[in-house]
Design a protein around this ligand. Structure first.
Ligand SMILES: Nc1ncnc2c1ncn2[C@@H]1O[C@H](COP(=O)(O)OP(=O)(O)OP(=O)(O)O)[C@@H](O)[C@H]1O
Ligand SMILES: [Mg+2]
Length: 248
């Protein structure tokens, strides 16, 4: 067996897949480099490949509803949004500060898009991130409370460094689920940042949670360290359509 075949077998055994892939062209193109430079080039390529793969996996397991970043966001369409503020949030400084973000606004103004953009940035930097719809989370709490395992569910969502809870306010929730949600927010308070989106202004959360006392306790903990981004504008979903047109 030639040494070249033995080398490619070794690369396969060691799972150095990127080096194995590029070695034929690398050997063709680099005749005058020192051994150290060659090894450095090849190991750099393997590390870059692994980093990129880990980044993609981290984004995938974060369960975002779509892959949209801040580059896809048209700030000119939504002039009430302070772009500099959003760019500061994208820098992820808020994660170090263990501070929260709440996006408030009517349907289609870009709440989920912005929350997702920040989440994708965090996941790209290998920060453990998870995106969940509020109604799905409430369903999980409801099921768990029937089986006496609410604490386990809270523990599960506590483990993510960044948790994104989308669409608070579209459906009212029952008391058990509301209380479980309060426990989750209380457990994350000052330890782990949370991003929330809602179509309801905070004073209306009493109706969402079916109990103004629980709603106040939730809001109190959330807003202590928090950026509240209020978006007032038209829905992007209907930007090119005149829905008030009465003609068919
Ligand atoms: N300013 C914008 N620039 C580019 N795309 C936008 C903008 N605002 C919203 N979109 C797009 O419009 C769609 C709706 O936006 P998004 O999902 O963020 O709405 P939302 O505020 O979360 O609404 P809802 O409360 O109904 O969930 C998405 O496809 C999003 O990418
Ligand atoms: Mg949304």
């Amino acid at each position: 067996m030639s040494n070249y075949i033995r080398l490619t077998n070794n690369l396969e055994n060691l799972k150095l897949n990127k080096i194995q892939e590029i070695i034929p062209s690398y050997l063709d193109e680099n005749h005058d480099k020192s051994l150290i430079d060659c090894l450095l080039d090849l190991t750099d390529a393997e590390i870059a490949f692994r980093d990129e793969r880990a980044r993609k996996i981290n984004i995938m397991v974060s369960s975002f509803p779509y892959h949209k970043t801040i580059a896809d966001f048209d700030f000119s369409y939504q002039p009430t949004i302070d772009k500099a503020k959003i760019l500061d949030l994208i820098s992820l400084r808020f994660i170090d500060k263990k501070s929260n973000i709440i996006f408030v606004g009517s349907p289609g103004v870009g709440k989920t898009h912005l929350a997702t953009s920040i989440g994708i940035e965090a996941a790209s930097q290998r920060i453990s991130t998870y995106f969940i719809n509020f109604a799905v989370l409430m369903e999980k709490f409801k099921e768990a409370s029937k089986e006496n395992r609410v604490e386990k569910v809270i523990k599960h969502y506590l483990k993510y460094t960044l948790l994104i809870i989308d669409e608070i306010g579209y459906l009212p929730v029952d008391k058990d689920a509301s209380y479980a949600f309060f426990q989750l927010i209380a457990a994350r308070y000052e330890k782990r940042p949370t991003i929330l989106t809602t179509n309801q202004s905070l004073p209306k959360w009493g109706q969402v949670f079916g109990d103004p006392v629980i709603a106040n306790a939730i809001i109190d903990r959330l807003v202590h360290h928090c950026d509240i981004i209020k978006i007032t504008g038209n829905s992007y979903r209907i930007k090119d359509r005149n829905i008030f047109d009465t003609e068919d």
